[in-house]
Write a protein that binds this ligand. Structure first.
Ligand code: ATP
Ligand code: MG
Length: 876
C-alpha cells in the first residue's frame, strides 16, 4: 500500500463511521501565545476541549502536519539517530467531542489496524493507565475491560503516569490514555525476549503507533484535577510509522515517504544509503529537516533570529552541519533537494508547489550564511587549540565549548568530535553549566503565572460586536490574575465585547470599562487566547473595584473602545489590502502576503518578490493606492460566507491561516480578502497613503512600511521641513540638488589642494632638517608636524649620513609623539632606536617600537613630551 493510499483509507474508515473530515491546520501556529508549532492533532481543537468554542461536528478526523522541536514535545535530538522520530510528521487522528467515549474509541482503533490494515494481532500490544497514588487516581479499569473484548489479557499492559496520562500543558484538559504498540522484530528475537517486556523501552522495533487519549479531567493552577463536564476522545497515530508497518520495513526512512529524498541525497554525496551508520544518520537528518523547514516556510514562518524563526533556523543549521561533517558537503546543497520534495508531496500539499522558488531561495541564503559561520567557528576552535598548546590537561574549557554552541551553532557533539580528532576532550560539566544558565535566563524571561479563571457566567458564548459598534453594555463572564515577569494584571472575559483582540497582524484595542458608579477601568490591551477575547486591565485598578462596596462582578458596565486609535488602525488595515492588490498589479501575481502588522501609527507588509523595487515601481504602487482612496470605495463585507463561494469571488487565500467552514470576506472594489480585521466603511477615510521604506527581509522577501491619513500628512510635512531647512542653509538656491552638487565639487577641489599643501610643507620641513644635519649630524628638535609623514625622507637622509642621530618630538594634533633615526655607524656601535623610543616613551605615558635604525612612539601625556625628548637625546 502506498503512503497516499494509507492516508485515504484512514480518513475513509472514519468518514464511514460518522466523522467529518477536516483539513490539516497550519503547522505554524499564529495567534496563540502558548504554542509556536502544532505538535499534535488536537491543537486545532483546543478551544473546544476548553469549552470556549462549540463544534458543529461531534465526530471529526484528519491528517495533521505536526512539528516536535520545542516546548513540551521536543524530539529534535532523536531525529536521524533513531528511525522512527521525526521533527515534522503527519498525525492521523479521530475525535469525539462529548459524543462516544472509551468503548467506541478502542473498538474503532482495533478494527482499523487489524481489519482494514490487516495487521497481525500477534504483533500488537496495548497499554492502559495503571493508576497513580500521588494524584489519587485509580487504574483505568474501564479501558482495561473494553480492551479485554478484543485482546488477550497477556497483551494488555499497565503503564505509569509518564506514559499513560496525557496532558496538553501545565494546566487544562487531560486524562488517561491507551497506547497501541507494535513488535516488528524477527521471529527468533521474539522467541528470545517477549515483546511485552520491550513496550515503552525505547526499542526501535517495538514502538508506539497510536495513542488514544480519554479527556476527562481539567488540571487547575494549584495542580489538582477536576472532572470535565463533557468527556472527549482525542487520538493520534504516527502516519510514517504506520507506513513502515504496512510496507514491511523496519525504518520510517525506508518507506515511500522518505526514499526519494534519501536516494537523491545519497547520489549527491556519492554514497550509498545503508552502508555506513554515520553517513546514514546524516542523510536521515537532512531528509527530515528539509521537510520541516520547507513546510514551515510555506506556512509563512521563515528562519530568523527570534522565537519560532530561530527554531527553524536551528533545524536547518543542524542539517547543514551533518552534511558538512559526515557527507563532505562544503557548499550549499539542501536547497537543491526542494524540487524532489515538492515533486513528491506537492500533490497532497499545494502550498509547497506555489512557493517552491521562495523556499529554495530562502534555504540557499541560510545555507550560505551558516557555512560562513561554521568555518569561522572552526577557525576559532583551531586558534583555541593552538593558543592552549602547552595546556597539559588537553581539555577544552566548558565555557569555550558553550561559546561555540551559542555563537557558532556548534552542537556539543561536533566540538567533541573535533576535539577527539586532535586528542583533546571537552569539559562537559562546564558546558552543561553554561547551557543550564542560558535555559534559566530564558525561562525567567518567559515566566508567566496564570491563576485559575473565576467563572461568573458559565458557558459564555462570547459575541464580538466591534465590527458594528465601539460602545456596549457588558458583564464580566470570568476573570483571572496573571503575572508576567513581575508585572501583575487581570484578564477579563466579557459576555460580549466591542474590543478587537490582537490577531491577524492587527493590534488589540485599548479603551475603558466604566462602572455604574462612574469608576474608570482602563483596558491597556486586548488579546485572543484559546478562542476568547481577553481584556487586560491593571491589577491595582481592578482590585480597587473588587474591594469597593458595590460589587462590579454582577453589575453592568459600559465598555468603550478608544475611537481615534481604532480609526487609525482601521485606516492602516484597509490600506494594507489596497497595497496588496496594487503590488500584484505592478509587480505580478507572484506577490504573496507573507506577514502583516497593523497598528495606529503605521502598517508593515512582507511579501514574496525577488528584486528590489525601483523608485518608479514604488511611486506607481503609491499612486494606485491613492487612486483607490480618492475613488472612495465602500466596504462590502460578508461575515460568514462558505469558503468555496468566497474563492469564487476571487478572495486571496493565505496559506498558514486557519479557516473554518465559513469565512469573513472583506471587499473594496477589486481587492477581495479573507480577513477578520476591522476596516473603515469607505476607502476615502484613509485620506492619503505614503510608502516610507522598502527593503529586504530575507532572500526573495521584501518589506514595505507605510503610513496613512494624519501619519502620511506628518511624514510629508517632515520631508518638506527638512527640504526647507536645507534650502535656507544653502541661501535659497533655485535648484537645491545642483547647489549641493556644487558644494561637493568645491569640497573635493579644496581637499586636493590641502593635500598638495601638506606635501609641500613636509618637503620644506625635510629640507630644513637635511640642512641642519649637513652642518651637525646630531639634531634634537621640537617640531609640530605629523611625524608619520617623515619616514621615507628620514631613511633617505640616513643613507647619506652614517653618523646621523636625529630626535624629533611633536605635539601635532595635541598628541605627543617621538621619532628617533640613527645612521649606520651609530647602529653598528650598538645604539638602538627602538629601545630608545620605548624607554623615552614612558615619560609621556606611551610606547612604541621599530627597528634599530628608525623608530617612533606615541603617547597620551603631552606634558611629558619635553622630558621624553631629553631622555631620548641623552640615550642617543
Ligand atoms: P513516542 O513515545 O514514540 O515518542 P509519544 O508518546 O511522544 O511517542 P504521542 O504524543 O502520544 O507520542 O503522539 C501520538 C503518536 O504520534 C504516537 O503514537 C506516534 O505514532 C506518533 N509520533 C509521536 N512523536 C513522533 C515523532 N517525533 N515522529 C513521528 N511520529 C511521532
Ligand atoms: Mg515522544
Amino acid at each position: 500500500m502506498t503512503s497516499n493510499e494509507i492516508r485515504s483509507k484512514f480518513l475513509q474508515f472514519f468518514e464511514e463511521r460518522g466523522h467529518h473530515i477536516v483539513p490539516s491546520a497550519p503547522m505554524v501556529v499564529k495567534n496563540d501565545p502558548t504554542l509556536m508549532f502544532t505538535n499534535a492533532g488536537m491543537n486545532q481543537f483546543k478551544d473546544i476541549f476548553l469549552g470556549n468554542a462549540n463544534t458543529p461536528y461531534p465526530r471529526v478526523a484528519d491528517a495533521q502536519k505536526c512539528l516536535r522541536v520545542s516546548g513540551k514535545h521536543n524530539d529534535l535530538e532523536e531525529v536521524g539517530h533513531d528511525t522512527y522520530h521525526h521533527t515534522m510528521f503527519e498525525m492521523l487522528g479521530n475525535w469525539s467531542f462529548g459524543d462516544y467515549f472509551k468503548k467506541e474509541a478502542i473498538a474503532f482503533g482495533w478494527e482499523f489496524l487489524t481489519e482494514v490494515m490487516g495487521i497481525d494481532k500477534q504483533n500488537l500490544y496495548v497499554t492502559v493507565f495503571g493508576g497513580d497514588e500521588k494524584e489519587g487516581l485509580a487504574m483505568d479499569t474501564e479501558a482495561y475491560d473494553y480492551w479485554k473484548e478484543h485482546v488477550d489479557e497477556s497483551r494488555i499492559l499497565k503503564g505509569s503516569k509518564k506514559d499513560n496520562f496525557w496532558e496538553m500543558g501545565d494546566q487544562g484538559p487531560c486524562g488517561p490514555c491507551s497506547e497501541i504498540h507494535i513488535d516488528l522484530r524477527d521471529e527468533a528475537e521474539k522467541q528470545r525476549v517477549p515483546g511485552a517486556e520491550l513496550v515503552n523501552k525505547d526499542n526501535p522495533l517495538v514502538i508506539e503507533i497510536w495513542n488514544l487519549v480519554f479527556m476527562q479531567y481539567n488540571r487547575l493552577a494549584n495542580g489538582t484535577l477536576e472532572p470535565l463536564k463533557a468527556k472527549h476522545i482525542d487520538t493520534g497515530m504516527g502516519f510514517e510509522r504506520l507506513c513502515m508497518v504496512m510496507q514491511g520495513k523496519k525504518s520510517n526512512y525506508d518507506t515511500d515517504v522518505f526514499q526519494p529524498l534519501i536516494q537523491t541525497i545519497a547520489q549527491m554525496a556519492g554514497k550509498v544509503y545503508g552502508q555506513n551508520e554515520e553517513a546514514d544518520v546524516a542523510m536521515r537528518v537532512i531528509a527530515d529537516h528539509l521537510r520541516a523547514v520547507s513546510f514551515s516556510i510555506a506556512d509563512g514562518q521563515l528562519p530568523s533570529n527570534a522565537k519560532a524563526g530561530y527554531v527553524i533556523r536551528r533545524i536547518l543549521r543542524r542539517a547543514v552541519r551533518y552534511g558538512y561533517t559526515f557527507l563532505g558537503f562544503k557548499q550549499p546543497f539542501i536547497n537543491e533537494l526542494v524540487d524532489t520534495l515538492v515533486g513528491q508531496m506537492g500533490g497532497q500539499y499545494p502550498e509547497l508547489v506555489k512557493q517552491q522558488e521562495l523556499i529554495r531561495r530562502i534555504i540557499l541564503e541560510e545555507e550560505q550564511s551558516f557555512l560562513k559561520t561554521l568555518s569561522g567557528g572552526i577557525k576559532r576552535f583551531e586558534d583555541y587549540i593552538q593558543g592552549h598548546a602547552d595546556d597539559a590537561s588537553k581539555m577544552i574549557d566548558g565555557a569555550f565549548a558553550f561559546e561555540l554552541f551559542d555563537t557558532y551553532g556548534f552542537p556539543i557533539d561536533l566540538t567533541q568530535l573535533m576535539a577527539g580528532e586532535k586528542g583533546w576532550t571537552v569539559d562537559m560539566e562546564g558546558f552543561r553549566k553554561g547551557l543550564a544558565e542560558q535555559k534559566q535566563r530564558s525561562r525567567a524571561a518567559a515566566a508567566v503565572e496564570n491563576d485559575d479563571w473565576v467563572e461568573l457566567i458559565p458557558n459564555v458564548n462570547q459575541e464580538f460586536l466591534g465590527y458594528d459598534t465601539l460602545v456596549a453594555e457588558v458583564h464580566i463572564a470570568r476573570y483571572r490574575h496573571v503575572k508576567v515577569k513581575d508585572k501583575e494584571f487581570y484578564q477579563l472575559v466579557l459576555d460580549k465585547t466591542p474590543f478587537y483582540g490582537e490577531s491577524g497582524g492587527q493590534v488589540g484595542d485599548q479603551g475603558t470599562l466604566t462602572t455604574s458608579k462612574g469608576d474608570l477601568l482602563p483596558v491597556v490591551d486586548t488579546k485572543k487566547e484559546n478562542g476568547l477575547t481577553v481584556h487586560i486591565v491593571p491589577a491595582d485598578k481592578f482590585e480597587d473595584c473588587l474591594n469597593s462596596q458595590f460589587s462590579i462582578l454582577d453589575s453592568q458596565f459600559k465598555a468603550e473602545v478608544d475611537k481615534c486609535r481604532r480609526f487609525a488602525i482601521a485606516c492602516n488595515h484597509t490600506a494594507t489590502h489596497l497595497l496588496h492588490k496594487a503590488l500584484r498589479n505592478v509587480l505580478g501575481s507572484h506577490v504573496e502576503q507573507k506577514g502583516s502588522s497593523v497598528d495606529d501609527q503605521r502598517l508593515r507588509f512582507d511579501f514574496s518578490h525577488f528584486a528590489k523595487m525601483s523608485r518608479e515601481e514604488i511611486r506607481e504602487v503609491e499612486k494606485q493606492v491613492n487612486i483607490d482612496i480618492r475613488h472612495a470605495i465602500a466596504l462590502e463585507e460578508h461575515r460568514a460566507m462558505p469558503i468555496a463561494e468566497a474563492q469564487k469571488l476571487g478572495a486571496m487565500a493565505l496559506f498558514g491561516e486557519k479557516y473554518g467552514e465559513f469565512v469573513r470576506v472583506v471587499k473594496f472594489g477589486e481587492s477581495v480578502e479573507f480577513c477578520g480585521g476591522t476596516h473603515i466603511a469607505n476607502t476615502g477615510h484613509i485620506g492619503s497613503f505614503r510608502i516610507v521604506s522598502e527593503g529586504a527581509v530575507a532572500a526573495g522577501m521584501r518589506r514595505i512600511e507605510a503610513v496613512t491619513g494624519a501619519g502620511a500628512e506628518q511624514y510629508n510635512n517632515a520631508m518638506q521641513d527638512q527640504l526647507e531647512a536645507l534650502r535656507e542653509q544653502l541661501k535659497n538656491p533655485k535648484d537645491v540638488v545642483a547647489a549641493v552638487q556644487r558644494l561637493q565639487e568645491e569640497n573635493s577641489d579644496l581637499r586636493g589642494q590641502v593635500e598638495q599643501f601638506k606635501k609641500e610643507q613636509v618637503a620644506g620641513f625635510v629640507r630644513g632638517i637635511a640642512d641642519k644635519v649637513q652642518a651637525n649630524p646630531v639634531l634634537v628638535q621640537r617640531v609640530d608636524a605629523d611625524l608619520s609623514q617623515l619616514k621615507d625622507a628620514m631613511l633617505a637622509l640616513r643613507n647619506q649620513h652614517p653618523d646621523m642621530a636625529v630626535v624629533l618630538a611633536s605635539g601635532y594634533g595635541d598628541k605627543p609623539s617621538l621619532l628617533v633615526c640613527l645612521g649606520q655607524n651609530r647602529v653598528d656601535a650598538g645604539k638602538n632606536a627602538g629601545t630608545i623610543v620605548r624607554t623615552a616613551g614612558k615619560e609621556m605615558q606611551g610606547g612604541g617600537g621599530g627597528q634599530p635604525a628608525y623608530a617612533t612612539a606615541g603617547g597620551k601625556d603631552l606634558a611629558g613630551l619635553e622630558k621624553a625628548m631629553q631622555v631620548a637625546a641623552e640615550m642617543v
